[in-house]
Write a protein that binds this ligand. Structure first.
Ligand SMILES: *Cc1c(COP(=O)(O)O)cnc(C)c1O
Length: 456
């Protein structure tokens, strides 16, 4: 333990640190929780609390905390070659090896990769590559990218413009021109009396309407997370992705799969695209690519788009100092090796994912405060409802989700609240026994919330 105490750290934080997605004034009044160390699925705070990290950091520590192999990969690479760029006719061994490894696990046809440092940068890169692609093809009007309400694609200017979480827009005069949105297939909240499949078809049809409204000759691409994460673990209804892709192909609109959360085993296969039969032109990878141990992201390009770009575009005037950073690539390579060799992805799909989903439903699906439990693999949502039958939520000012989150933290579980949707996305290495404990703590938090509300 370092010499500093919680109060000292909190004070330094208060005086100097502006946190992402935080009201600094409000946060300063409350003080931050200082996380000091972690192992497996557990995080520790400077006050000696030990919590189950039900969110794997920010949906990213797929392999769990404390893997020495990843530390060693970074250490060895730093001694050998801590940095070199990939701009001027040079590359490094881990960069090339990772570039060759990713197509082996990605869906068929995704054979080229462009490296960045974050999911946001990767999506910004894709926005630029979509523009470049259509310029290269001589269709310079085909530029608008259609995304969905409630989607999250990152925080930089273009990525935030893609986002459908509209509270991210007004502060920054966003979205930029060239971005459009259609409804999300959020059946639980918006589907009313329709069946999930019918509601999925209705929201997919909204894509065709939007393309026709804007003119197919102006629409360049559609972007979607296979399962929408930060919007509240919104699952694609049956048939939804097939219909979305049919529409995109019909109007020559490129398909972008943002796999930043779904990738690297979260849904029980390597990619959400494998789980839902998506055949994307571009794929965004970040988070689980290195299990969060190093900042790195990747854009995968299908042969369909990489071919013309390589043949015709000439120099692509885009890149970051740290694109293909050797240390980050070495860590990502080792991470993928472990996910593969230890069968972590396979185990998530076959055994531990289904176990998690069954246990959560057994414990919570019939709870008087719960409208729905949904998820697949090791990603799930628990909807807290005022009326289970109509799926009506409590009034926002009651802050039911926030209350439940507080109870969860007090009970030793990091569980996120997105409005009144409680979200879980634990490390993929979680054991059955640990799942039992996680579900017990989640249920205790829901029970305590119900008690506060007088729900029986
Ligand atoms: C987290 C996330 C991003 C942004 O990644 P950063 O590394 O935070 O920039 C993009 N897309 C999705 C789906 C995400 O969950």
């Amino acid at each position: 333990m370092r010499a500093n105490s919680t109060a000292v750290w909190q004070d330094m934080d208060r005086q100097h640190h502006m946190h992402p997605f935080s009201d600094t004034q409000d946060l300063n009044a409350r003080g931050t929780r200082i996380i000091t160390k972690a192992e497996g699925i557990y995080i520790h705070s400077s006050e000696g609390e030990k919590l189950i990290d039900g969110m794997a950091g920010l949906w990213c520590v797929n392999i769990g905390y404390g893997r020495k192999e990843l530390a060693k990969a970074a250490y060895d690479q730093m001694l050998e070659l801590p940095y070199y760029n990939t701009f001027f006719q040079s590359s490094t061994p881990p960069t090339t090896e990772l570039a060759a490894r990713l197509p082996q696990i990605a869906p068929k046809g995704l054979n080229h990769v462009f490296f960045n440092n974050s999911g946001s940068e990767a999506n910004d890169t894709i926005v630029k590559l979509v523009r470049l692609y259509w310029n290269t093809m001589g269709m310079s009007k085909k530029k608008t990218i259609i995304a969905r309400d409630d989607s999250y694609h990152g925080s930089t200017l273009a990525a935030a413009s893609l986002c459908g979480l509209t509270h991210m827009h007004p502060q920054f005069d966003l979205p930029l021109p060239g971005f459009a949105h259609i409804p999300a297939p959020y059946w639980y909240r918006d589907g009313g009396e329709m069946s999930p499949a019918d509601y999925g078809m209705k929201t997919a049809a909204a894509l065709e309407q939007k393309i026709l409204e804007l003119g197919a000759d102006t629409v360049g691409a559609f972007i979607g997370e296979p399962i929408m994460g930060a919007g509240g673990v919104i699952m694609p209804p049956p048939g939804y992705w097939a219909e979305i892709q049919r529409i995109c192909r019909k109007y020559d609109v490129l398909v972008i799969a943002d796999e930043v959360i779904c990738g690297f085993g979260r849904t029980g296969k390597w990619f959400g695209s494998d789980t839902y039969g998506i055949d994307p032109d571009f794929m965004t990878m970040a988070k689980g690519l290195s299990s969060g141990y190093m900042p790195i992201s990747a854009v995968m390009l299908h042969d369909r788009v990489a071919g013309p770009l390589i043949e015709k575009a000439g120099e692509i005037a885009h890149g970051m100092t740290y694109s293909g950073h050797p240390v980050a690539c070495a860590v990502a390579l080792r991470n993928i090796e472990i996910l593969d060799q230890e069968g972590i992805v396979e185990r998530c799909g076959r055994e531990i994912g289904p176990y998690f989903q069954v246990k959560l439903r057994e414990s919570l699906a019939d709870h008087p405060l719960v409208g729905e439990v949904r998820g697949i693999g090791l990603i799930a949502a628990i909807e807290l409802a005022a009326d289970r039958k109509t799926r009506r939520a409590h009034p926002a000012e009651k802050k039911v989700g926030y209350t439940c989150r507080s109870h969860a933290t007090a009970g030793g579980l990091v569980m996120r609240a997105i409005h009144d949707t409680m979200v879980l996305s634990p490390p993929l290495v979680i054991t059955k026994k640990e799942i039992d404990e996680l579900v017990r703590r989640a249920t205790a938090a829901v029970n305590a919330t119900a008690k506060d509300l007088g729900v029986k």
